[in-house]
Design a protein around this ligand. Structure first.
Ligand SMILES: NC(=O)c1ccc[n+]([C@@H]2O[C@H](COP(=O)([O-])OP(=O)(O)OC[C@H]3O[C@@H](n4cnc5c(N)ncnc54)[C@H](OP(=O)(O)O)[C@@H]3O)[C@@H](O)[C@H]2O)c1
Length: 322
C-alpha cells in the first residue's frame, strides 16, 4: 500500500487531501506540531481509520522531519504546512520566512537524505505573482509578491524547482489560487463572511467589518484543488501547474451572494474598517487553468455560487448547533 506524508494535516487542505488519498487506497501519515489546544476538528471523519495516523513534527525542527520521514518512508510527501495567513506575515515576517520559506528547505533536505525516491509537492500560491503579471497569470508570469507570505512562498517554489534540477528529485510546485470551503480558518475573508452571515442572521452578531471589498480573487473549492494536488504527483514527469478557475470575483460579490443566501442585503450589515487595510494590496488575481486541465484531466466540480452557498449553509448549521 503506498504511503503519503502530509504536513499541515490539521489545516483546510490537509483534511481534504487525506480523505481523498484514503479513499484511493493510500496509507496517510499526517504531521502535526504540538498544540496546547484541540485542533483536529477537520479530521473527525478519518481519525479512527486504520490507514491513517498522526505523528508529531515541526517544519522548524529538521531533526523531527528526518525522524518522521525515516519512520514512514513515504512514496509521496505533500508539504502543505505554512504560516498561511497573509496579514500575519506583516506582523511576523521572520517567523513566516522560517515556516513558509525555510520550512520547505528543511523538508527538501530531509527528503534528499532519507527518501530521495519520494515524490514531493510544494504548496505554492497565487500570492507569489502579486503585481507581476497582466490580467491572467500562468506559469510564465513573473513573480512580484506583495507580502512577506508571498515572498516566502516564492523562495520555497524556486527551491523546489532547484532541487528537481539539482538532484533529480520528483519535486513539483503547485501554484494554487485561493480555494475555500466550510473548513477554511475563521480569519480568512470568505469564512469570516460566511460565519458573519450565519451569526447576523441568528441575531448573534451586529455587523461585519471588512477592509477593501473591491479586490478580486479567483476563488475555487478546496476539495477540488486537493484532487489536482494529488494528480500533480501522479504525472509521468514532474511539472509545475497553476490551479485556478479562470474567473475572478470581488470580496463585495462574495458578501452580496453570501447575504443573499439568507435573503439579506449585504449593505445593511457590512462596515468598512480601515484597520483591516493591508500595507500592500493585490487588486486582482486570476489564473489560467487550461494547461493543468489538459495535462492532469482536472475539472472543478463546485462553482463560485455553489461554494458560497455551501459555506453559508455549513456555518448556519454550526451556529444552530452551538
Ligand atoms: N487555501 C488557499 O487558498 C491556498 C492558496 C494557495 C496556497 N495555499 C497554501 O497551501 C497550504 C495549505 O493551505 P490551507 O488553506 O490548508 O492552510 P491552513 O488551513 O492555514 O493550514 C496550515 C497548516 O500548516 C500547519 N503549520 C503551520 N506552521 C507549521 C510548522 N511550523 N510546522 C508544522 N506545521 C505547521 C498548521 O498547523 P496548526 O494547526 O498547528 O496551525 C496547519 O495544519 C499552505 O501552505 C498555504 O499557504 C493555500
Amino acid at each position: 500500500v503506498p504511503v503519503a506524508l502530509i504536513t499541515g494535516i490539521t489545516g483546510q487542505d490537509g483534511s481534504f487531501l487525506a480523505e481523498q488519498l484514503l479513499a484511493a487506497g493510500w496509507t496517510v501519515v499526517g504531521m502535526r506540531r504540538r498544540s496546547a489546544s484541540p485542533n483536529l476538528w477537520r479530521l473527525q471523519a478519518i481519525l479512527d481509520r486504520a490507514q491513517f495516523r498522526l505523528v508529531h513534527g515541526d517544519l522548524l525542527d529538521t531533526g523531527s522531519l528526518v525522524r518522521v520521514l525515516s519512520d514512514c518512508q513515504p512514496d509521496h510527501v505533500y508539504n502543505l504546512a505554512a504560516q498561511s495567513f497573509v496579514p500575519t506575515s506583516w506582523e511576523q515576517p521572520v517567523y513566516t520566512g522560517e515556516a513558509t520559506g525555510l520550512g520547505c528547505a528543511r523538508l527538501l533536505e530531509a527528503v534528499r537524505a532519507v527518501c530521495p525516491g519520494a515524490r514531493f509537492y510544494q504548496a505554492g500560491s497565487s500570492e507569489m505573482f502579486g503585481t507581476g503579471g497582466g490580467d491572467v497569470q500562468d506559469v510564465h508570469t513573473p513573480f512580484h509578491p506583495r507580502s512577506p507570505y508571498g515572498v516566502a512562498k516564492v523562495y520555497a517554489h524556486h527551491l523546489t524547482v532547484n532541487y528537481r534540477e539539482s538532484y533529480g528529485l520528483f519535486a513539483v510546485g503547485g501554484i494554487l489560487f485561493n480555494h475555500e470551503s466550510e473548513r477554511r480558518g475563521e480569519e480568512f475573508v470568505t469564512r469570516k463572511i460566511s460565519r458573519a452571515v450565519a451569526r447576523i442572521h441568528l441575531g448573534r452578531q451586529a455587523v461585519l467589518r471588512l477592509g477593501r471589498i473591491d479586490v478580486k480573487r479567483d476563488w475555487g473549492f478546496a476539495g477540488d484543488y486537493t484532487r489536482a494536488i494529488h494528480a500533480m504527483l501522479l504525472q509521468d514527469e514532474p511539472q509545475d501547474h497553476i490551479i485556478a478557475t479562470g474567473r475572478a470575483w470581488s470580496v463585495q460579490e462574495f458578501a452580496e451572494k453570501a447575504f443573499a443566501v439568507v435573503d439579506r442585503d449585504w449593505r445593511d450589515h457590512v462596515e468598512h474598517d480601515p484597520a483591516l487595510l493591508r500595507p500592500a494590496e493585490i487588486t486582482c488575481l486570476k489564473g489560467n487553468p487550461a494547461p493543468a486541465r489538459a495535462a492532469l484531466g482536472w475539472e472543478p466540480a463546485v462553482d463560485f455560487d455553489g461554494l458560497v452557498v455551501r459555506m453559508v449553509e455549513a456555518d448556519l448549521e454550526r451556529e444552530r448547533r452551538a
